[in-house]
Design a protein around this ligand. Structure first.
Ligand SMILES: [Ca+2]
Ligand SMILES: [Ca+2]
Length: 231
C-alpha cells in the first residue's frame, strides 16, 4: 500500500521528496493496512515519570543485503512534543532477536497520528544484511493528574499481523547501543502483551550484493561508494 501524503518534516537534512518505489525494491511489512490498535506505557509506570519508548519490526533482507531507503510508519497519540526518531539496526547474528543489534542509522522527524495512513521518511541508503530491525522512538510524556496518571499511546499496530517479529522497549532513556539492557523488553507475543500484533512499520530496500560477493564478482567499488553514504 502506498500513500501520497507527505506528512513528515524531517529535522536533520532528510529529503521531503519521496521516491516512488523502484522496480526491484522490496517492501518489508507485517501489517495489512488496518492497524487499529495503539499502545503506550501503562499508568503503573507513572512513578518513573516520562518514559522513552522504542518499538519496531525485525525483517530479513531479500538476498544477502539491501540498501534501505525509505521507512513508513503509522502512529497513535503523541506527546506534546511530537518528535519521533527513526532507527535502523543491523543484527550481526540474524537470529530474529534485535536485542544485540547495532544501530546503523538514525534521524528525527515530526510525527502525526494519521489513522491508518503512514508517515513516510526517505533516508540515506543504509546497508543491512540478513536480519535487521527498523524502529520508531518517542518520549511518552506523563499526562493527567497525579492521582490519575496517563501516557499517550504512540505505538500503532495491526492485531492481525504476526506478532513474533515486533518488539518494544521502555526505559527512562533507551540504550540504543545496547537494547538488551533496556529496562523493559517485550516481543509482541510476550506474556505482558494484552493484545498481540505487528507494528505498522515498513521498510523499503534495494537488494545489493555484499562485500564478500563483490570480492568474487568485482562490484566492490559500487558497494563501497554506497557504504560511505551511510556513515
Ligand atoms: Ca544482519
Ligand atoms: Ca540478534
Amino acid at each position: 500500500m502506498t500513500t501520497n501524503r507527505i506528512v513528515i518534516a524531517a529535522l536533520s537534512g532528510q529529503s521531503l521528496a519521496l521516491s516512488p518505489i523502484a522496480a526491484g525494491d522490496v517492501v518489508h511489512r507485517y501489517d495489512d493496512g488496518i492497524s487499529n490498535v495503539t499502545f503506550g506505557p501503562p499508568s503503573s509506570f507513572a512513578e518513573f515519570g516520562d518514559i522513552d519508548m522504542l518499538w519496531g519490526n525485525y525483517f530479513f533482507t531479500e538476498g544477502e543485503a539491501e540498501l534501505i531507503n525509505q521507512v513508513t510508519f503509522g502512529l497513535g497519540e503523541l506527546s506534546a512534543d511530537p518528535t519521533v526518531s527513526i532507527w535502523i539496526f543491523d543484527d550481526p547474528d540474524n537470529d530474529a532477536d534485535p536485542t544485540n543489534a547495532t544501530p546503523v542509522f538514525s534521524t528525527t522527524a515530526i510525527g502525526e497520528d494519521l489513522g491508518f495512513d503512514f508517515n513516510e521518511v526517505s533516508i540515506d541508503p543504509t546497508l543491512v544484511s540478513g536480519g535487521f530491525f527498523v524502529a520508531i522512538g518517542h518520549l511518552a510524556e506523563l499526562t493527567g493528574a497525579p492521582d490519575n496518571p496517563d501516557y499517550p499511546s504512540p505505538g500503532r499496530f495491526d492485531p492481525d499481523g504476526r506478532a513474533d517479529r515486533s518488539w518494544f522497549f521502555y526505559d527512562s532513556d533507551i540504550p540504543e547501543d545496547d537494547l538488551a539492557s533496556s529496562g523493559f523488553v517485550q516481543r509482541m507475543d510476550g506474556p505482558f502483551v494484552p493484545i498481540q500484533g505487528a507494528f505498522a512499520i515498513r521498510a523499503i530496500g534495494t537488494p545489493v550484493p555484499t562485500p564478500a560477493t563483490c570480492a568474487l564478482v568485482g562490484c566492490g567499488a559500487v558497494w563501497c561508494g554506497r557504504r560511505r553514504r551511510r556513515i
